[in-house]
Design a binder for this molecule. Sequence first.
Ligand code: SAH
Length: 264
Amino acid sequence: MSDYPSLEGLRVVLVEPSHPGNIGAVARAMKNMGVAELVLVSPAPFPVEKASARASGADDVLENARVVADLNEAVADCVEVIATSARSRSLTWPILNPRDCGARVLEQRRQGPVALVFGREDNGLSNEELQRCHYHVQVPSDPAFSSLNLAMAVQVMLYEVRMQSLFEAPDVNVAAWQSTHTPADAGWDELPATAGDMERLMTHLERTLTTTGFHDPERPRQLMVRMRRLFQRAHPDRMEMNILRGILTSVDKLARSQDRGNHV
Ligand code: SAH
């Protein structure tokens, strides 16, 4: 069991899907995103083996899919119905982008079932069907080639819902999905180095580079400032700091032993 919240109260409605393979692929996309409720409006012959094959383990979503005769029946109990469409239609209608749609779905499903409605592979949704819906959503694809494969459109829409649900869930293990760019962010495997660690590294580096002759404290130019800028940009963690200090110590040792060699 995952510790992510499940997306209950969200229903995926496919209107007259004609390719069983697409139905299977939709089931898989849904299960990937933690959504279970699938309603099929007058689908091509179903259930069939081809759908199961493309579901790749999401057979439970297919088995529990409800088949109904028309869109009205699919969404009769829903408090919010959102249509997806590859192109904008002539009549202006309230529009959501996929990201805002994710937020809207999460908010509204507290009041009752929410439906995301997807159209026919060849023809999309009819104007009448679109007008049954509170909002229209378009994935902002290239206008010159705007139509996504049905299952891919489902995937994109549910991904947005899922991301939103993760942002809103305070108790989930955020380290598993939040972006981690540097040790300054939660979820990094080592603690970030402190400002004091950085000062000690800079002092050590300057001493070592002076010993090796790379740095001339009488003519510093901007070497140490540039080194500081480089290391601060890297946000080293404590382990990395230890490694850097260890490398410098090994150079110090080598320099000392060479120095002794020169004096015998
Ligand atoms: N030729 C049809 C495309 C249908 S694609 C048309 O122009 O409407 C099948 C379904 O996938 C669409 O009805 C819609 O639900 C979804 N879909 C495809 N591309 C999409 C996009 N860019 N944004 C939102 N939904 C999309």
